[in-house]
Design a protein around this ligand. Sequence first.
Ligand code: CU
Length: 202
Amino acid sequence: MFCRSLFLVAIALADLAFSATIEIVAQAAYDKPEPLEFAPNEVTAAVGDVLEFHFAGPGTGVLGSNHSVAQGVFENPCNPAPNGFFSGYMAVNATSTEANMVFRVPVKSTDPIVFYCTQGQHCTRGMYGVVNGAGDKTLQSYRRSITVNRNAVAPTTIGGGEMVSNEISRILPAETPGAAGSTKVSLALIFVGLGLALLIAQ
Ligand SMILES: [Cu+2]
């Protein structure tokens, strides 16, 4: 019985090991013609994964930054989704490389999600991204639907995610999906293997 419980714990741990944290940075990449962006701006996520939004500061000592992330709708670019997530504005001073808080949003379905920055014209200038893009709801279709530069509309309430302290304050490189995936799989295999060994040992 004891071993059986341990086996179930191992399965639960394996499940945990499968859920991923997907880091997305709101930033200005000054080497690009339209520098405002989320990086990466196209991600694949499973139910149980977490989208972790980081807010970059310029680190230049000249200008601060003040980005946000809000869930949007594909039909109406740079406008909020009813009851969607919203981080509120994340002011970062001119000398910092990143905000000291991150906004974590749990992924509850694999339906396509679009998100954007609500600050000024950041959204129409390219500051948006898509999770699980499919069919007519893709990064490309969202980009095509933006025809003029205008101010984005912000949600009225902050929510749909958790604001937690930033444990790894750094500018994150675009993730290599394969590398992260294999770590998760091997961890899960270790947990399952442990569970099986315990079951056999009883
Ligand atoms: Cu922005």
